[in-house]
Design a protein around this ligand. Structure first.
Ligand code: GDP
Ligand code: MN
Length: 380
């Protein structure tokens, strides 16, 4: 789950990470009132779940109160990388001396939590990473140290961001707090770009991006409440409600699988045989036939889907319940594309027997199922 900047900054303040005050507003009128109470100049910033807002015209420094309303209207009218802007943040403008990049994230490849830094931060960071990769600094943190990082171990890293000793020390303090926040909130990313020094030499977080691990949200009901329904894929939300994990992809073979690992293996196997999966879908461990109906509905919403592969390895999930769900779906829904079913494991025979009545193509192995579904889906 992604947090908006104003939400992440509220967590920054709780954690003691310095950032300017701000207020979230949804109308130009409220933007004007907020700007007047904060005092000009202010910055108005689009609150959408993508980076690069500055380059897209979604971040504007305003010096005259007369410009607040029209600028707020303009930003509220923007669509940034397909996301309509519905929320704005108003914050006092800061005089920037220097912009650096700082983030902490889970590096799945290295199986480590790492800090990434770059002395040359700001809106061109992607370009810098490409043209000057040696400018990107890394500092790996042992999992056991996240909650109580020793600032002296960060001296080498921070001195490469700021040559001034006080600023380097302030950055180390921010990093200690970031690591603790990362741990406490089960984050997968906290990014500050830019982390700046202002005209008084203070180190301040001017932007904030934060992602929370969805699988840990049950531990953070207060964060779950921050979810912005406007910015989420409606199908993925519906799936969540039904107890399904669903992610839409751009292929044409619908997949219905039990277990996330098997779902990924199924997608890989489809690709291996020349097909292209239309989605990731894990119906989960239980085997309520209703979940199968909900899964069919989600898959069939996508007009690109040309065939559906149902791959069930029954354990806790019972094949006969899945078969019942398939029968119920075919009865209740218009299923205009061919199905291929592989049902093995718990109550396999009972499941197969139910399906015999309707003469569906069945596969004994995943390879066979993926090949059949790929051919039906029109793979070359
Ligand atoms: P992003 O483009 O989505 O990453 O949005 P940011 O919040 O990082 O803002 C983009 C750029 O706007 C920053 O890198 C700054 O250069 C500039 N900016 C943001 N806030 C201020 C501010 O208070 N004062 C000044 N002078 N520039 C700012
Ligand atoms: Mn930024």
């Amino acid at each position: 789950m992604k947090l908006h900047e104003y939400q992440a900054k509220a967590l920054f303040r709780e954690a003691g990470i310095p950032c300017p005050q701000d207020k979230m507003v949804t109308t130009a009128k409220d933007a004007v009132a907020t700007a007047e109470s904060m005092g000009l100049p202010v910055v108005i910033k689009a609150q959408v779940h993508v980076g690069g807002r500055g380059k897209a015209g979604g971040v504007k420094v305003i010096s005259n109160v007369a410009d607040v309303a029209p600028t707020a209207e303009t930003i509220l009218g923007l669509t940034i990388k397909d996301l309509p802007v519905n929320k704005l943040m108003v914050t006092p403008a800061v005089n920037i001396e220097k912009e650096v990049y700082l983030s902490i994230l889970l590096d799945r490849g290295a199986r480590k939590v790492v800090f990434i830094g770059c002395a040359d931060g700001g809106v061109e960071i992607e370009e810098t990473a490409k043209t000057n990769p040696e400018a990107i600094l890394r500092y790996e943190v042992a999992a056991s140290e996240l909650g109580n990082l020793d600032p002296s171990s960060l001296a080498d890293f921070t001195s490469k961001l700021f040559s001034d000793a006080n600023q380097a020390a302030a950055t180390a303090d921010i990093m200690v707090k970031m690591a603790k926040l990362f741990l406490d909130k089960d984050a997968s990313l906290i990014e500050i770009n830019p982390l700046i020094t202002d005209d008084k030499g203070e180190v301040i977080a001017l932007d904030a991006k934060m992602m929370i691990d969805d699988n840990a949200l049950f531990r953070h009901p207060e964060l779950e409440e921050l979810r912005d329904m406007d910015s989420e894929d409606q199908d993925e939300l519906d799936a969540h409600e039904e107890g399904l994990s669903f992610i839409r992809l751009d292929g044409n073979i619908g997949c219905m699988v039990n277990g996330a690992g098997l779902a990924m293996a199924t997608m890989d196997t489809i690709k291996h045989f020349g097909g292209n999966p239309a989605n990731f879908l894990d119906v989960g461990g239980s085997s309520d036939p209703k979940k199968v109906v909900a899964a069919f509905k989600l898959i069939l919403k996508d007009p690109k889907v040309k065939s559906i592969l149902i791959n069930i390895f029954g354990g806790i999930t019972r094949c006969d319940d899945i078969a019942k769900g398939i029968l119920q779906s075919l009865e209740e829904l218009d299923v205009p594309v061919p199905l291929v079913v592989r049902l093995v494991g718990t109550n396999e025979a009972e499941g197969q027997k139910l399906l015999e009545e309707i003469d569906l193509p069945t596969a004994k192995t995943l390879e066979e199922g993926a090949t059949m579904a790929s051919e039906l889906g029109g793979a070359s």
